[in-house]
Write a protein that binds this ligand. Sequence first.
Ligand SMILES: Cc1cc2nc3c(=O)[nH]c(=O)nc-3n(C[C@H](O)[C@H](O)[C@H](O)COP(=O)(O)O)c2cc1C
Length: 440
Amino acid sequence: MPWERVGAACRMGYARWAKGSAHERRVFCFRYFYQIPPNPGLLLLAAVLIDGWIHRWPAFGMLRYWTAGESHGKGILALIDGFPAGVEVDTGLIDAELRRRQGGYGRGGRQRIEADRVELLSGTWHNKTVGSPIALWVANRDYKLEGLDDVDRPRPGHGDLSGAMKYLAPIRAILERASARETAARVAAGALAKQLLVHFGITAFGYVTEVGGVRIDPRPGGLAGQRALRDRSELYTLDPGRDGELKALIDRCRKEGDTLGGVIEVRVEGVPFGLGSHAQWDRKLDGRLAQSVMAVQAIKGVEIGLGFEAARRKGSQVHDPIHYDPTQRDRPNLGFTRPTNHAGGLEAGMSNAQPIVLRAAMKPISTLAKPLESINLRTKQPEAAAYERSDVCAVAAASVIVENVVAFEVASALVDKFGGDSLEEMKARWELYQRLATAR
Ligand SMILES: Cc1cc2nc3c(=O)[nH]c(=O)nc-3n(C[C@H](O)[C@H](O)[C@H](O)COP(=O)(O)O)c2cc1C
């Protein structure tokens, strides 16, 4: 029995180890490990543990982040690990994204209280990243957590009921962390990641394409022109001329005590070949993007390229033909052009050097001024759900969040492919890769 031999080897090993010199103790693991007969299960376990230790799973790549903080706590924190050294940080650019996240027509009173500004707590020296963990802090002006009461009537569509049951905790504890206030940290992390992407000519751009079922088609045109259009729109669409119609829709909804959702589109341009991988499920970039976008509060659907529409068409109307134009050899597409981009820039989990195009569906806000039926958790009697100051429509703000979480994930995949400890090293590897690929 291999397990008996494992046990005997361990006992014998321990006895020797206990008696041995320091040097003997150091080598004992190796000597006694080799007495154990090869066992595929043990080897697999060892491989998984070593792989887990190296990659610190379940995180996907080397560049990753976590957030901490409650909606009415002292503030919100993003802790970013694996960010290359040598990137100049402009906190003004992060603040600009935080301001956009707080804007958009349809928001509630909270946005008038907060005026988010990021504070860089660690990970830089003379304004440049140094490869150490970066802590970004956004203070809450509306800090009053300790003075707030609990909620006893869970709101349908929120984590109130499930969280209170799961953690055997007050609803207040759940809603404070589940709240979309946390996305200030995700936007800050994404806005920092964009400052890495810019060195590789990669841009992420998000806008609203639908509010409460009303479609606003993006106007065709270059990035600069579209950015100007979006920045003029109070709903962050690419057609500010239709803001009046959308604002009237939101106002009607507010009067009815109801809420609205919508659809967001994000386009990432300048992406080279080969971010992500076909080789393992958790390295596929389409999957990684879907996870990071789906994890944004109130996002209930993610599509890449044609998405669900692809299921309704024939193959010849879905797949993008491959052409070659030698004049484009020096671009990230290496000369390979596609007359259409139905795949949304991703094939087999890898970027195909076309723009990545992703859409996200946001459900209507769950807290209703005219509340739905619920149960009082103390009495177990039917009562209307709780109401707290709330947004009526936050699709515009969500477009900023989705844009930034996409930017972070693309930056993480970029570090995986061209990684290195510094921007300089990444750039050198990027250039080497372009040279090798064009020489093929
Ligand atoms: C930008 C943004 C703002 C939001 N504002 C509110 C709000 O004011 N009131 C509310 O009830 N939900 C709001 N939500 C949605 C909730 O945070 C979310 O629905 C809830 O945490 C449950 O998570 P789930 O919808 O992902 O299942 C907002 C979401 C986003 C992205």
